[in-house]
Design a protein around this ligand. Sequence first.
Ligand SMILES: [Zn+2]
Length: 481
Amino acid sequence: MAKGRRKPRTKAATKTPLRAAILAWEDDPRSGGEPIRRPVPRLGTAPLALAIRGAAVPARLHRRGTREFRYWAAAEALRRAADFWSALLPQDTSWQPGPTLGVVLDAGVDLNAYYDRRELAFFHDTVARTTVYTGESPDVLCHELGHAVLDALRPELWDAMSVEVAAFHEAFGDISALLAGLQLPSLRRAVLSETGGRTGRSSRLSRLAEQLGWALRQTHPGSAEPDCLRNAVNAFFYRAPETLPPSGPSALLTAEPHSFSRVFTGGWFEALAGMLASRTTSPTEADLVEVSLDAGRLLVDAIPAAPIVADYYSQVAAHLIESDTVLFRGRYRDALKSALVRRGILSLRAASTVTRPGAATRARRTRGPAAAGADQTRRLSLSADEFGLEGRVLIVEAPSEARRFEVTAATEDLGSRTPEQDARRFLEYLFRRGRVDVGTHGPVETRIAHPFARKTHELVLQAQDLTLVRRTFDCGFDPVS
Ligand SMILES: [Zn+2]
């Protein structure tokens, strides 16, 4: 249009054009909410671009229960979580698989979802004559996306042989779902109303993946919590994972990473509620979104600096407290300390060590993979005899980075915990549960293949030795049939 010439004002031009919208779930199809209208998400927006595989679906208000509805509900949830994290991550952060992360919304029949460093995959299954799609639930979608975000932020966690590291990955997935939910004004209002402003109480927000939890309870009673898959409001207190059974019903804390993740998620969620309460006694949804952003900033700052060690939770916790001192001048210190100590993630003594004057400057902070050659010191050779692979040496990555803070969790016997013991215990867990694809390695008579268990790890032959590497973070229940 030529300068100075104005388009004549017509009736249509004065009206605000109707913005294209789609329908989406706020948290989970079984959370009690109804679909809401949302602007059409642009999945391919960089950084953290996403692409749903298969034919695109026209962007409009589709009827609930259709494939088209699920497509846009999934796209909206994934974009919302990716937008939340990309605003906080260091600028050059990219997905491990490359600039765009692929998503398969329905990869077949299963009650499962995974991230495998190539893509996110979701499944469907029919239970009690109801078909459940794991890729329809924002809780499940944003959990899986959380694995990919954490892998981008701290890739060294991927192969670390440690229950606590694997469990932290699961906790971060749940935290990603919680924080993505809090980016919706309608869900913030619903949570404040449901909890009377005391967000540390059980609510639609804290109850994660209600629909998948329901489906799992129908097929394997006891495999999910009574009203959801996992609740961020829980009473689990830290225990050294080697003292816990490898599996068990959801009411018990076990060394299974999803089960053990509930200790960290519970402590973190309590801290989040404390952060909100420390700002105001009558929180509004504006306060809640501010706190959610600050909580995200703390995680993004603390995680790259926290060394990968056997008692990883306590290191992340100490670094969260340090990050709060650096970023917010200790505004949330009491809320963080209180929740993390009450949960046993940090010992009473450790909590005071971190914030002692000068502690942050004394402990030199490095980012990402520590010193050169760190990979070499992390690599550990173990005999594979006891896993049915006689005469072989197994190479694994042990959780043995150098500590910055001499802190521990609230368990007395941690002094005796070495990276090697921790790696061996995680290996025992993986082999016992049949999570390792042993391929054709080892004699048929002694190897234990567990043909029906889902595989999260595999053995790769390098020269004469077998290296154990991760294949996926697999987030469904692990049934035997
Ligand atoms: Zn997971």
